[in-house]
Write a protein that binds this ligand. Structure first.
Ligand SMILES: [Zn+2]
Ligand SMILES: [Zn+2]
Length: 446
């Protein structure tokens, strides 16, 4: 067409193109999809010198070029439109076989020349934070750090300045550096801090200090050059390291806080609160309301319960009615071997006076239940317990499942059916609750 235009001495007012391939028309008109190289280059070439609007469809019967691809006897040739062209060209608005049709891609999903559609979604996350709710999937600090370190490594490998050429963009890899582990830890802490202490960050940026009603006021917090919230103030003590002077502030009641406490509690081999707190402090962390948080976690620690947990107990039953009713003396008597006998003679002299004294002096002494006064949350079916075995060391006691609870007449549970499994053999034991140590409650709140 360019060649013809250049060589011919006729001025063209309008040029129209016709093809009997709807697929090609689809390619030319397409603006949304991308093609593999071969088609892409040809479409680009066509669109460089022509407009898609110049392109039209001609059906095979009307297409003179069709005759060139088939056998036609010379005698028949004049009967075809090989010399005359299609009928519609002689009409005033020759736009082809179809009127006003728009040309979409033909069977785009099956066309191997069309690149599969890849949607790239750009998500704008405020402050590039991950959202700490994702951290709740992790049940240990170690696994959380490992996952975030991998993410950090991948994110780093997208950066141009990343040195290792083998680690480029998305890849499976276990090569992570200590720097990346620290980066990951900082990311986790920062995510949690930004969510919980959003207000504090805002006032620190605006006024350089937190508001009077902030729970962190006493800690005189500041934001370090990594954007992390740390305990401020000056502790004049030569012995402690820099990270201990300005520990990172960790909010109470956060999933990550629980993971951290459990982590350091494991590190001190399940020793008590003071050791756990010490390990947390020397790691440069300041847990707000730390004492309570640490105690809560240790209280729930399954290994600690296994090692040292107390046996279950239940408030003592109320005394039987014959021990607290006001009958004359000897109405109910007991004898080790034969009793009780019911005494027939009812009234005795001085009964009323005796009765009064008895009520005042004796009955009142029975009032405080001296043992196990605390009313405990009953042990429940489905609880996991350690079952005492008088003949074995504690470390060898079996772990069992509460299969059934048996209530006393006051509705309290004092006996349980414990199911254990040893080498694939199930056994059930009926035991008083003081023979079991609760390890994991079926009730999630406990
Ligand atoms: Zn890598
Ligand atoms: Zn423990």
């Amino acid at each position: 067409m360019e060649l013809i235009k250049e060589e011919i001495d006729i001025e063209f007012h309008n040029i129209q193109f016709y093809t009997d391939s709807r697929i090609v028309l689809g390619y030319i008109h397409n603006v949304t999809r991308r093609f593999y190289m071969y088609v892409a280059n040809r479409v680009a070439r066509i669109r460089k010198t022509t407009e898609p609007s110049q392109w039209h469809y001609v059906c095979s019967e009307q297409n003179p070029a069709d005759h060139a691809t088939r056998f036609v006897a010379a005698a028949h040739l004049p009967l075809t439109n090989w010399f005359s062209g299609p009928e519609f060209l002689r009409e005033c608005d020759p736009i082809g076989c179809s009127l006003g049709e728009s040309y979409g891609l033909v069977k785009a999903e099956e066309d191997v020349e069309i690149r599969p559609q890849v949607n790239t979604l750009a998500t704008n996350v405020k402050e590039d934070l991950l959202g700490s709710s994702r951290f709740e999937r992790f049940s240990s600090w170690r696994s959380l750090v490992r996952a975030i370190t991998t993410l950090t490594h991948i994110a780093n490998s997208f950066s141009q300045s990343f040195p290792d050429t083998l680690c480029r963009k998305w890849h499976l890899c276990t090569k992570t550096s200590g720097v990346e582990i620290s980066q990951a830890k900082a990311t986790i802490v920062k995510t949690v801090q930004r969510e919980v202490y959003q207000e504090e960050f805002e006032s620190l940026t605006k006024f350089g200090k937190v508001s009077q009603r902030s729970t962190l006021l006493r800690l005189d917090p500041f934001v370090d050059n990594e954007g992390l919230l740390r305990v401020g103030g000056r502790i004049h003590c030569a012995d402690i390291s820099d990270i201990e002077k300005h520990p990172l502030i960790i909010p109470p009641n956060h999933h990550v806080t629980g993971l951290l406490i459990q982590h350091f509690h494991d590190q001190v081999a399940h020793q008590g609160r003071h050791f756990t707190e010490g390990a947390i402090r020397s790691a440069g962390l300041w847990i707000v309301s730390g004492k309570r948080s640490v105690s809560n976690i240790i209280h729930k620690c399954v290994l600690c319960k296994k090692l040292r947990g107390k046996m279950e107990s239940q408030k003592m039953s109320a005394l039987p009615s014959d021990r607290v009713s006001v009958d004359p003396p000897f109405t109910h008597t007991g004898l080790d071997v034969f009793g009780p006998f019911t005494v027939v003679t009812r009234k005795t002299r001085g009964h009323n006076a005796e009765n009064k004294r008895w009520k005042q002096e004796y009955l009142s002494t029975l009032q405080p239940r001296r043992k196990w006064t605390e009313e405990r949350e009953s042990i429940q079916e489905g609880d996991i317990v350690l079952l005492k075995d008088g003949e074995a060391k504690r470390s060898e006691w079996p772990i069992g499942l509460i299969a059934k609870t048996i209530a006393s007449s006051d509705g309290k549970i004092r006996k349980v059916m414990v199911k254990t499994a040893k080498q694939g053999v199930f056994r059930e034991y009926l035991r008083p609750i003081c023979d079991v140590v609760l390890l994991l409650s079926n009730n999630r709140n406990a």
